[in-house]
Design a protein around this ligand. Structure first.
Ligand code: SF4
Length: 403
């Protein structure tokens, strides 16, 4: 008999199929007859599969082949979107793309992105993420991410902040608490900041993560009025009462920044209510009101408010409520760090191997020299070698087109 146990996978019997869940949010369905070709199997607990009358090594090899085959058809449970699992053996480097992996902008804030996908659908979302998204998703193996991040931290060779700013809601990543533990243990990490909409947090979870004293939560809160909050979040399921409770509780245990997005026609009159709410809390988080900005790939529900008008509003509220609202660079402690070398430059032509689809349809990600390159207008074909002209190389984020 062979017993294979997984921490990141769970199994569910779905009649004709075996459903394999990866990190809770993603799944693939394998026809049972294919699994039975390995040997008769059973699921003694949801993270374990047992095969009868086969030795361990053989079962492991055969089952991992089967997983790899069906993980090519991995899906997101929230949206049904296709997903790529990026792991140590995927051949996909973690530097090069803004949607997943590691983004090092030669500053003391290093961004990491273990997942894409969101459980809301905000009207102002700058990356059009959420329940209505049809984009391809990514999920990164935690150990691979930490291993590659350590190399970048060693390169920077000075204390840094790790910012978990994903294209979506980061607490959808089932390995998040383990990721916090790994980051907390890295000596040259002084802060772990994370942008979250707060909907998936609760008191028990906050109690658990409060032991990571480097952690800072940046929480969204766009309205106090329940209906307006739902309208802005783009889903009736949004519960602002819960998010307010999360903010109140988390502020007592961790450093918290509340970051509303002021969006014309949606929540101007909600800002003073938010200020009053923050002021009413036993332990007051920092309030950092942001101005809605239009982005090429984002949703545009309104015109932008001019910066003059925005700062005039902040100043008026600062005076009226005796609260600091204008945050500047010093509040975030950002420093210039060493430039990470670029293995190729804008204008250069490189040979890249296609590894997976990119976020938008008809686009691919190619790998070359330990970097990944976004290639729009290039349909995906596994391991096809293409020649790519590099069109963008800023901060080791690469975009190219086939030539
Ligand atoms: S919570 Fe953030 S990522 Fe999700 S839809 Fe709203 S703005 Fe976009």
């Amino acid at each position: 008999m062979a017993t294979i146990h997984y921490n990141t996978l769970s199994f569910h019997d779905k009649g004709e199929h075996l459903q394999v869940n990866l990190l809770r949010l993603f799944y693939a369905e394998i026809p049972k007859e294919e699994v039975e070709k390995i040997a008769k199997f059973s699921i003694p607990d949801q993270n374990t599969i047992e095969f009868a009358k086969i030795d361990q090594e053989k079962a492991e090899t055969k089952f991992s082949f089967l997983l790899a085959k069906y993980f090519d058809h991995l899906k997101n449970k929230l949206t049904g979107n296709s997903v790529t699992y990026i792991h140590k053996n995927s051949g996909i480097p973690l530097i090069g793309n803004v949607a997943f992996g590691i983004v090092y902008r030669n500053s003391s804030i290093i961004e990491i992105k273990p997942v894409t996908s969101c459980n809301l659908d905000c009207v102002y979302c700058s990356i059009s993420e959420g329940l209505s998204s049809t984009k391809h998703d990514f999920v990164v193996e935690k150990d691979y991410l930490v291993q590659e991040l350590q190399k970048v931290i060693d390169f920077a060779a000075e204390p840094v902040e790790i910012h978990i700013g994903v294209q979506g809601e980061p607490f959808l990543y089932a390995d998040m608490e383990n990721l916090f533990a790994d980051l907390q243990a890295i000596e040259n990490v002084h802060t772990i900041s994370i942008d979250t909409n707060g909907t998936l947090l609760n008191k028990e979870m906050i109690d658990r993560i409060a032991k990571y004293d480097k952690l800072q939560l940046n929480l969204s809160l766009d309205a106090i009025d329940e209906e307006k909050a739902k309208l802005i979040a783009g889903t009736k399921s949004y519960n602002v009462k819960h998010v307010k409770e999360v903010i109140a509780y988390a502020s007592k245990k961790l450093k918290v920044i509340v970051a509303p997005v002021l969006t014309q026609g949606y929540n101007e009159e909600e800002m003073e209510k938010i200020i009053q709410f923050i002021k009413s809390l036993e332990v007051k988080p920092i309030l950092g009101i942001q101005n809605f900005l239009k982005y090429k790939t984002g949703r545009i529900p309104a015109e932008e408010i001019s910066w003059d008008k925005f700062y005039a509003l902040l100043e008026a509220w600062e005076k009226k409520y005796d609260i600091k609202l204008k945050l500047n660079k010093d509040d975030f402690n950002i420093r210039k760090t060493k430039d990470l070398p670029k293995p190729f430059q804008e204008g250069e032509i490189v040979s890249a191997v296609l590894k997976c689809p990119d976020r938008f349809s008809n686009s691919s990600i190619g790998a070359a020299k330990d970097r990944n390159i976004s290639i729009p207008g290039c349909p995906f074909k596994q391991d096809k070698v293409v020649r790519v002209k590099i069109l963008r190389d800023k901060h080791n984020i690469f975009v190219g087109r086939t030539v």
